[in-house]
Design a protein around this ligand. Structure first.
Ligand SMILES: Cc1ncc(COP(=O)(O)O)c(C=O)c1O
Length: 384
């Protein structure tokens, strides 16, 4: 493919806030993106971890079309069986002792609501977050995002925030206190470069939150809903938080996010406390149900675990010195700048992501990726 086919700045009319990859997508199928001239790119980035089922998934597409025909939208104030079905199946899929689901549209919105509930429930003013974390771009979500000072923009944060170094148990003791409303954590950090915080650290957060009466929020917007080869990190690590937020893979591209709450949190909910226009719309719910159906009936969690192990085994070649992360939230640690490796991969027809760590190439492939695709990555990396 021609890596210089498009200008580096966005076309006229679009806010110039995203650097543009030099590849214009015309269509997509399975794990492949196609350009207008027929050139193909293997997608190991999945549109920021969103395209969980790949492209053109028949069941998901048909579910979306059928729901659009039946009734494309109704407010949460009008009961629709598909909404209740989506919530119930999501709770069942988690395998966790959680009580209710509030459906919204974006990851940041889910986090915003989770933080609001925690602050309200505890009447406290401090939130502890973890260095390296990304939680979104709304006022509260970006307040707990590491390094957001560079772009925050609001005159002040809506509550007091402190950041704990990753894995530092002493910092957990010191910073999570009787003043703390919530701890918010990505169990496997995404933007940071696929950094797995691990069962021991997450269990320590759970313990400390219990001791001081703070609420534990797992931001599984990126790592959840199957991406790490288990329904949620909470399921994988056996640590049950008070709230889980999830999005991205959840709708396979339809904007949908969810806030899952424990019975304790759920018991504080009442009419009028939370709200949204688009959240829980029937098309969003149809996509969640279709994604769940595909994950379960196509054995995609097992596929993720197997193919992830294959990536780890075969792709420490060329500039890659190690792998990190879990399942299909993987980081390839590179001996030279990751941006350079990413650009060279794209020239060879492979799209990978970056991370805030300049030496990590991030892989967030569709859950349907197979070993034969990994072989293409290995061969490309070997030649760099
Ligand atoms: C862990 C995490 N939390 C929250 C968000 C924000 O989600 P959204 O962009 O849907 O608001 C993201 C997005 O990348 C994320 O990775």
């Amino acid at each position: 493919m021609n890596a210089t086919a498009l200008p580096a700045t966005p076309p006229d009319g679009l806010a110039p806030v995203y650097a543009q990859y030099p590849f214009e997508v015309a269509s997509a199928e399975g794990v492949w993106l196609m350009g207008a001239g027929g050139e193909r790119v293997l997608d190991l980035y999945g549109g920021h971890a969103v395209a969980a089922l790949g492209y053109g998934h028949r069941g998901w597409t048909e579910a979306l079309i059928a729901q659009a025909r039946a009734c494309q939208f109704q407010t949460n104030a009008l009961p629709m069986p598909i909404r209740a079905r989506a919530a119930r199946r999501l709770l069942d899929f988690s395998g966790l002792d959680l009580a209710s689901v509030f459906l919204v549209s974006t990851g940041a919105e889910a986090n915003e609501n989770a933080l609001r509930l925690a602050l309200r429930m505890t009447s406290r003013t401090h939130v502890a977050a973890v260095e390296g974390a990304f939680h979104g771009r709304t006022a509260a979500a970006s307040a707990v995002t590491w390094g957001s000072e560079a772009w925050y923009g609001f005159p002040r944060k809506p509550f007091e925030v402190s950041f704990m170094p990753r894995g530092d148990l002493a910092a957990v003791e010191a910073q999570v206190t009787e003043r703390t409303a919530a701890v918010i954590v990505e169990p496997v950090q995404g933007l940071a470069g696929a950094v797995d915080l691990g069962a021991e650290y997450l269990a320590a957060l759970r313990r400390r939150c219990g001791q001081v009466g703070a609420l534990l929020i797992f931001d599984e917007v990126q790592c959840g809903f199957g991406r790490i080869g288990a329904p949620f990190a909470a399921t994988l690590y056996g640590v049950v938080p008070d709230m889980i937020t999830t999005a991205k893979a959840l709708g396979n591209g339809f904007p949908v996010a969810a806030l899952l709450t424990s019975a304790k949190v759920s018991a504080t909910l009442k009419v009028g406390l939370l709200g949204t226009t688009y959240g829980g719309g029937p098309m969003a719910c149809a996509t969640v149900l279709a994604a769940l159906e595909a994950i379960e009936s196509e054995g995609l969690l097992e596929n993720i675990r197997r193919v992830s192990a294959y990536i780890r085994k075969t792709c420490v070649v060329g500039p890659v010195t190690a792998t990190q992360g879990e399942g299909f939230l993987l980081g390839l640690r590179t001996s030279r700048p990751a941006k350079q490796v990413q650009a060279q991969l794209l020239q060879r027809g492979i799209l990978a992501g970056g991370a805030s760590d300049p030496n990590v190439v991030r892989l967030l492939p569709p859950f349907i990726l197979k070993e034969e695709h990994v072989d293409l990555l290995r061969d490309a990396l070997s030649g760099l």
